[in-house]
Design a binder for this molecule. Structure first.
Ligand SMILES: Cc1cc2nc3c(=O)[nH]c(=O)nc-3n(C[C@H](O)[C@H](O)[C@H](O)COP(=O)(O)O)c2cc1C
Length: 198
């Protein structure tokens, strides 16, 4: 660690809580990631589809330990200081894939302090939904979960309603104000990460 590069470039992990190929939340997270990149952050954008995990099962963990993909995800969390998460709403709450990811990643490995890979991370949340509330109700739950595992979630968030009409074919948001608000989430996380460095 150390060195000029490390001290000026915030490192941010970005992903959507959906594995769906045409996911609206995958489109949204790209815009927030671009906002962070624009202010000089190094953003690692991942697709949870590339990290399939079994449903968390304590017996499986006892028998086999952390699945390889959980270990990979844990390393990604450890390597980054900020998080950008676009979380779809399922039945007014967090999606199973996002919760399952958090649950596996939260499991300690030998020698690791509890919740080490979440502790003190700075996160911004957003959501997109074909519905009228944009996934707003789910974000309440995602925020509560993250705060309880020691992630600092910034108060600003964006929920994009009517997602079927909100995005242009190239994946951008049609509404310039909405696009700016999503980009600002990425920029804000990057800025706070830098200010929090000792
Ligand atoms: C099981 C299930 C429950 C859903 N519940 C809600 C909901 O409570 N509120 C909402 O706005 N959309 C809900 N939806 C619709 C999702 O917002 C929609 O499928 C959206 O496209 C998911 O995000 P994605 O495009 O990033 O995959 C639900 C979808 C599924 C499959």
């Amino acid at each position: 660690m150390g060195g000029q590069h490390m001290s000026t470039v915030p490192r941010i992990l970005a992903f959507a809580g959906s594995t769906r190929r045409d996911s609206f939340n995958k489109r949204l997270i790209m815009i927030a990631a671009a906002g962070a990149t624009a202010v000089g952050a190094a953003v690692t954008l991942i697709d949870l589809r590339d990290y399939p995990l079994p449903l968390y099962d304590g017996d499986l963990e006892t028998k086999e330990g952390l699945p390889a993909n959980a270990r990979k995800l844990k390393d990604l969390f450890l390597a980054n200081e900020g998080l950008l998460i676009s979380a779809p709403e399922y039945n007014s709450s967090i999606t199973a894939v996002l919760k399952n990811t958090i649950d596996w990643v939260s499991r300690p490995v030998p020698g690791e302090a509890s919740l080490n890979c979440f502790d003190g991370k700075v996160a911004a949340l957003m959501s997109a939904s074909p519905g009228g509330l944009g996934g707003l109700r789910g974000l309440v739950h995602v925020r509560a979960i993250l705060q309880n595992i020691r992630v600092l979630t910034i108060p600003e968030q964006v929920a994009v309603p009517n997602a079927g009409e909100a995005f242009a074919p190239d994946g951008s948001l049609k509404d310039a104000k909405q696009r700016a608000a999503v980009e600002a989430l990425g920029a804000k996380v990057a800025g706070i990460v830098l200010r929090l460095r000792g």
